[in-house]
Design a protein around this ligand. Sequence first.
Ligand code: RIB
Ligand code: CA
Length: 305
Amino acid sequence: MGFPVIMDCDPGHDDAIALVLAQARPEIDIRGVCTSAGNQTIEKTTLNARKIMTFLGNDVPVARGASKPLFRELITAAEVHGESGLDGPALPDPAWPESELSAFELMVKILEESDEPVTMVPTGALTNLGLLLLTRPDLKSKIRRISLMGGSAVGGNWTPAAEFNILVDPEAARVVFSSGLPITMSGLDVTHKALITTEDIETFRSIGKRTAVMVAELLDFFKKFHEEYFAGFGGSPLHDPCAVAWLVAPEIFTARKARVDVECGGMHTTGATIVSFAEADVDVLFDVDREAFVALLTDALRALD
Ligand code: RIB
Ligand code: CA
């Protein structure tokens, strides 16, 4: 049995692949999937999470999270993920009902009932986790670590200053980064090096198993945006799986301890993560062995049916 994990995601193509990777790894025991609004509305990201977990044959609870950020209007990313939020592969209708609990309630239930501290893996806006930390600070002792995708030390992807997940809910992000909990931050500094090329996509597809083919079809769609807007990259940055990959293979990453503050009030800089190296308490990832990252994903897809 692996270590307990709560996924908190906004599927979203790369969130879906993060769920696939988590499912494939025996070290990880997915206790629950919470959803956030971000890549698409909460209705769509929740349906997408249920579809992916059905595809994976995993009936852990999927619980709907906050429909909007703590204090702001929601921004979404249909231009990246399509109108459904998971355009591309045909996915099965959910086999199991959505949890009767909200994401907040499911987080509380899992943390209270777990006999060991739980790792939180947010790969969307941090609204749900921010709410949890504000409302139930007593449960911080049941959180082993937060391995999140978000932020960057240098520049953004949705504005020149801000990465999307942080920009959606900067106030929630500030709550998380000031919590004092152990955090590993997979920001753009590392995810822009976790590039998936068209050759990698064909490697995945050639595995020929249903999950590998589905992931290849997710990437077929995901690469369209990046070929248009990040043409010079030579591949698609696979953001969210970095937050899972670090948990099982930290050795393929390069990290530095840093302090992370979140800009919440700048006219042009809201959502920026200010990464400095004094009073450092966050493990910020700055590099990854790309070949090893692709091999990790390939092995995962070979392990699943
Ligand atoms: O900036 C990339 C992040 O925003 C990823 O988590 C992607 O899924 C979107 O949520
Ligand atoms: Ca995401």
